[in-house]
Design a protein. Structure first.
Length: 71
């Protein structure tokens, strides 16, 4: 999968779902750097539009989101 970061001013929406149930957990955004970090370590990284920075889901709380599949 190769996302097109030229759309949306470099940001793409991401829907995060529970892998067993399909329940939608959140809508977030990713940019190229957050996408690459996610692929690199298998844990969710997003771009915070309000903070204008990348954040690692669970980085401070310990409740990380491990990536099982990307579609």
């Amino acid at each position: 999968m190769k996302p097109d970061f030229e759309k949306g001013n470099g940001l793409l929406p991401v829907i995060v779902q529970e892998w067993e149930t399909g329940e939608v957990l959140m809508l977030a955004y990713t940019n190229r750097q957050a996408w690459e970090k996610t692929l690199e370590n298998g844990q969710a990284h997003f771009y915070s539009r309000s903070r204008k920075s990348i954040w690692h889901k669970g980085g401070t709380s310990g409740h990380v989101q491990k990536i099982r599949e990307i579609r």
